[in-house]
Ligand binder design. Structure first.
Ligand SMILES: *[C@@H]1O[C@H](CO)[C@@H](O)[C@H](O)[C@H]1NC(C)=O
Length: 247
């Protein structure tokens, strides 16, 4: 199977006149911009800038799995709050934070929050976007009574409820998220299509910063100008609150 894929990739290279330096992996040749070779034997694709790891011949992402004694296992769930950073070493926003503003998640923008005057000094700083996830659901880590639930809106942007409101638009998806300790925040609804980062002005939303979209097989074409990314979990101490409320 990897060899078939590889032949196709090599042909595309010829057809478009691109000279790529093929390397060898055992008996196979491969394009090192697309694949990584393990033990001179196994080819794994590079996805979202991550050369997938190899576990006894199976390719896996370190954002979701670990391999111990040749056995693949899901990483444990992230049980404490976390911040998220973009992961794709090929992008200028690699390492930049996921930021909440305008009831939706952006990448590398300013976090937008509010602290009521009467709460004052008791408010968390509100400058960082802190998230918490359990049982497939995800929320903003806030103090405001009732909290702020996060969800995929009908356009598969990540959104969150307004403080003091539980309203979520029809057609939204609020379950099926995986948050892995030492790994990433994963949308399990997308059949493996993953997250993508859309540069400012590209399709997928306006506003400052880059937009985050969740891809799936029906919207993947529409998000052509967007780049696949992983979202890396940076665990925070138990009970960390990011803001009174995000706005
Ligand atoms: C894919 O995402 C689009 C929004 O971009 C949504 O309308 C559609 O229902 C999603 N498809 C599936 C199979 O969930």
């Amino acid at each position: 199977m990897p060899r078939l894929t590889l032949t196709a990739a090599a042909l595309v290279g010829f057809a478009s006149g691109v000279l790529c330096d093929l390397q060898t992996c055992g008996p196979a040749q491969y394009d090192p911009t697309q694949y990584v070779c393990w033990d001179n034997q196994f080819l794994c694709p590079i996805t979202a800038g991550e050369p997938l790891s190899n576990c006894a011949g199976a390719c896996y992402s370190k954002f979701m799995y670990s391999c111990t004694n040749n056995v693949l296992a899901l990483l444990p769930p992230a049980e404490t709050p976390f911040t998220l950073t973009v992961d794709n070493p090929g992008l200028p926003i690699h390492g930049k934070p996921v930021t909440a503003a305008g009831q939706h998640w952006s990448l590398n923008a300013e976090t937008s929050s509010y602290c009521p005057e009467q709460v004052g000094d008791a408010c968390p700083p509100g400058t960082e976007t802190v998230i918490v996830s359990s049982g497939g659901r995800v929320s903003m880590s806030v103090m405001v009574p009732g909290g702020q639930q996060a969800y995929l809106d009908p356009y598969w942007n990540m959104a969150y409820t307004q403080a003091h409101s539980a309203y979520i638009p029809p057609g939204s998806v609020s379950t099926g998220f995986g948050a892995y300790q030492g790994g990433g925040f994963v949308n399990l609804n997308g059949n493996g299509w993953g997250w993508a980062a859309c540069p400012p002005r590209a399709s997928g939303g306006g506003g400052p910063g880059w937009n985050l979209v969740a891809r799936n097989e029906t919207n993947a074409d529409r998000y052509n100008e967007c780049h696949p990314v992983n979202l890396k979990i940076n665990s925070q101490p138990s009970g960390t609150l990011g803001a009174w409320q995000y706005t």
